[in-house]
Design a protein around this ligand. Structure first.
Ligand code: NAD
Ligand code: MN
Length: 357
């Protein structure tokens, strides 16, 4: 029997609730499929780990993940530790250490979900946002000198390389080509940023020639926010820089109903390293430890993980169990206006996976 080695890293806050729920559902799924199994190894790298050891993960952390088939990640963020420490010390260390350069975020309005865009039907919103995940505004290049003095200077340099832009454009065009509408929108800001974003645009034109069957267009990032709200059906696959896509994908998650539902994958398309799948929400300090966390984002991220592992049937089966669950209002958590708990939603999915075989 095929055996997938999965690292789970719950991290902080509700990550500690949704990741165990995800592992439970994946175990139930594997059991009902009968053709593969999971071997989970859990890593307690988090704010608590930082308080005990002064680092978010051990020095050999990446080596301990290297031979896994995939990573399921919760959230890094602790009320008492600055966010740049938790983020750079764990999540970005893994994304960059394993060169997971494509961050992929599907967005749809799932069955039974009330979304804020009343004017448009659920079918109008079916997007995948591809976020450049290795450079750009989050490259970490910059510095700060003369701290506290009047002459203090601080810079964050947005760095774009030809190789980095080419590979993310190629990934996005290929993904657009694989979807029924074969439509790609390239997000830019080359009216105001005259160097890197101009190269970004030029490379989009170059790569587009490899994909003559993909219809593509260009949109400035500010205009793109309005287009997402006013004309959602004109978008399908979207590619944007690290920062632009970070912001657009939170908007996308909100337009689809709740931050608690949205999934993402940090992908190494060349499969040199394990890819990492995670709900897009954070630690949600306001609801942690109360059983109120919506685990759907983790379940949908698990669907992406199954697709990546080459288990499309299992992925489709879990996705359909998720939509059966969201279609039942009695199983909505508080963020969706319901009263169901994390455990109730998890049990319901496991039961439906057992039944439908
Ligand atoms: P957040 O996503 O944690 O919470 C925003 C709001 O959405 C909160 O009201 C929260 O209760 C609600 N929410 C989020 N996920 C939910 C779920 N699954 N079910 C129900 N409600 C949910 O964002 P934030 O408050 O900006 O950040 C909190 C901490 O998390 C910060 O330290 C931040 O840095 C961190 N964070 C980490 C990641 C990550 O690790 N990928 C992502 C975002 C934020
Ligand atoms: Mn974000």
């Amino acid at each position: 029997m095929k055996r997938y080695r999965i690292a789970t890293i719950p991290g902080d806050g509700i990550g500690q609730e949704v990741i165990p729920a995800g592992a439970t559902v994946l175990r139930a799924l594997a059991k009902s499929m009968g053709s593969f199994e999971f071997e989970f190894e859990n890593f307690e790298w988090s704010g608590d780990y930082y308080r005990a050891h002064g680092v978010m993960m051990p020095e050999d952390g990446l080596d301990r993940l290297r031979d896994k088939d995939a990573i399921l990640f919760g959230s890094a963020g602790d009320p008492h530790i600055p966010d740049h420490i938790t983020l750079w010390g764990l999540r970005l260390k893994i994304c960059q250490g394993f060169d997971q350069y494509a961050n992929v975020r599907p967005t749809r309005i799932l069955a039974g979900i009330d979304a804020p865009l009343k004017r448009s039907a659920a079918k109008d919103l079916d997007w995948v946002i591809v976020r450049e995940n290795s450079e750009g505004e989050y490259s970490g290049v910059g510095g700060r000198v003369h701290k506290g003095h009047a002459i203090e200077v601080a810079t964050d340099v947005s760095m774009m390389t030809r190789i980095g832009v080419e590979r993310i454009m190629r990934y996005a065009f290929r993904l657009a080509q694989s979807r029924p509408r074969k439509r790609l929108t390239v997000i830019t800001k080359s009216n105001a940023q005259r160097h890197a974003m101009v190269m970004w645009d030029e490379i989009a034109v170059e790569i587009s020639k490899e994909f003559p069957d993909v219809h593509w267009d260009k949109e400035l990032v500010d205009a793109a926010t309005a287009r997402m709200v006013n004309r959602p059906a004109t978008l399908d696959t979207i590619v944007a820089t690290n920062l632009h896509a970070d912001i657009l994908s939170d908007l996308a998650a909100a337009l689809a109903g709740s931050l608690g539902i949205a999934p993402t994958g940090n992908i190494d398309p060349e499969r040199r390293f394990p890819s990492m799948f995670e709900p897009i929400h954070g630690s949600a300090f306001d609801i942690m430890g109360k059983g109120l966390a919506n685990p759907t984002g983790t379940f949908w991220s698990s669907v992406m993980m199954l697709d990546h592992l080459g288990e499309p049937l299992a992925a489709a089966r879990l996705m359909s169990a998720i939509e059966t669950m969201t279609g039942n209002r009695a199983l909505h958590t508080r963020d969706l206006g319901g009263t169901a708990t994390t455990a109730q939603v998890t049990d319901a999915i496991c039961n439906s996976l057992n039944e439908s075989f």
